[in-house]
Design a protein. Structure first.
Ligand code: FES
Ligand SMILES: [Fe+2]
Length: 371
């Protein structure tokens, strides 16, 4: 059977890194016995939960003639396509039944697969593993096996709170990510009386070091002009507060703040939906302020405000980007963005040659900027 609908994508594609886990949907929005559409890396997906509540993700196109599977019927175990009634196991995509076959027609139904993807629930999100594009002949292959589990937020105590925020941005994943790691926009985009003003700009010096697939802003005492850290000082003396920020391919930004036995961790991802559209998901876990009334709400409000400021900025930026302007990255404030592009290039090169990835940083680096 010729493959009529496999996407003709260029591979490797630097905007759509495959072989990684991506956040697809918030877990609390996915209920049993219902089907949900999602798009990751321009791949249409249908997502749901089986009878036991385990999540699954399939390609939202029937391998027979491309009918979207989310229009089909789901009984909690198999998904039946709405066009000719072929049935598929939702976890591995294997075809279970082709109703049009007569008893003496011996087409091997179990050799046919709908596209399906490894799927896990982790820290409030349904994660989907997007494998490297397989050999032609889709429709006949079982799902790929991911090397690792979906990323998790690091937690430092048994009890904690968890909350998430999302924002859609009309820009490519690259602009989403470099906007996230860019220290210089803070005083201009994130102004607020309770936070900081542009007059609080001062020179900063931060140490960075290479880590596998990424880089780390080494543990440091946080900057004096930011509100969460002002709050944290209620809990511990300023010198004992440390924060570490990691960026790891393809899209993971982890921030960990520790103040004695108290901690705050967040994992932010920028997910490519299409080439010109990404989504930011921030999930935070913390054991601070758990018993203080309203503090979690205040924290969530502060974060939501930040994310909204970034979203609005990128919405405006998208207008300028439509005209394909020449862009630049400057030292030192844009150096993390340069590392991001170098990491991706090194990753793609390693995939191409099969050799070990050559990390673009050879050792620790100190960067200086004003923000
Ligand atoms: S298109 Fe799905 S069964 Fe025919
Ligand atoms: Fe920002």
């Amino acid at each position: 059977m010729p493959d009529l609908d496999a996407p003709q994508r260029q591979s490797p594609d630097a905007l759509m890194l495959t072989g990684f886990w991506y956040r697809a949907l918030p877990a609390d929005r996915v209920h049993r016995h219902q089907l949900y559409k999602a798009t990751l890396l321009e791949i249409p997906l249908v997502i749901g939960r089986d009878r036991l509540g385990h999540p699954f993700a399939m390609r939202d196109a029937c391998p027979h003639r491309g009918m979207p599977l989310h229009c089909g019927h789901f009984d909690g175990e198999n998904l039946e396509c709405g066009y000719h009634g072929w049935q598929f196991d939702v976890h591995d995509g294997q075809c279970q039944l082709i109703p049009s076959l007569t008893a003496d027609q011996n087409l091997k139904v179990d050799r046919i697969y709908a596209g399906s993807y490894p799927c896990e629930e982790q820290d409030s999100f349904i994660w989907v593993f997007i494998p490297d594009p397989g050999p032609p002949g889709a429709g006949f292959t079982a799902p790929a096996e991911p090397a690792d589990e979906a990323p998790q937020i690091e937690k430092f105590s048994e009890n904690y709170n968890l909350a998430y925020l999302q924002a859609e941005m009309p820009v490519s994943i690259d602009h989403g990510i470099i906007g996230l790691m860019d220290p210089a926009h803070g005083p201009f985009v994130h102004q607020a009386w309770w936070w900081r003003s542009r007059h609080s700009i001062h020179e900063k010096k931060k140490n960075f070091e290479p880590i596998p697939n990424g880089f780390r802003m080494s543990a440091h005492t946080p900057s004096s002009n930011s509100a969460p850290y002002k709050l944290l000082r209620l809990y511990a003396d300023a010198d004992s507060i440390t924060t570490t920020i990691d960026f790891v391919l393809p899209n993971l930004r982890t921030e960990t703040i520790r103040a004695g036995k108290y901690w705050f961790s967040s994992l932010t991802t920028v997910t490519p939906i299409t080439r010109n559209h990404c989504r930011i998901d921030v999930v935070a876990a913390w054991n601070l302020f758990r018993w203080v009334p309203l503090v979690p709400e205040v924290l969530k409000f502060v974060f939501a405000k930040f994310v909204e400021q970034d979203r609005r900025t990128m919405e405006l930026q998208a207008e300028g980007l439509q005209h394909n302007p020449h862009l630049m990255l400057i030292d030192d404030a844009d150096r993390p963005a340069k590392w991001y592009f170098q990491l991706k290039a090194a990753h793609l090169e390693a995939r191409r040659t099969g050799a070990q990835m050559k990390h673009p940083m050879s050792g620790p680096v100190t960067l200086r900027w004003r923000s």
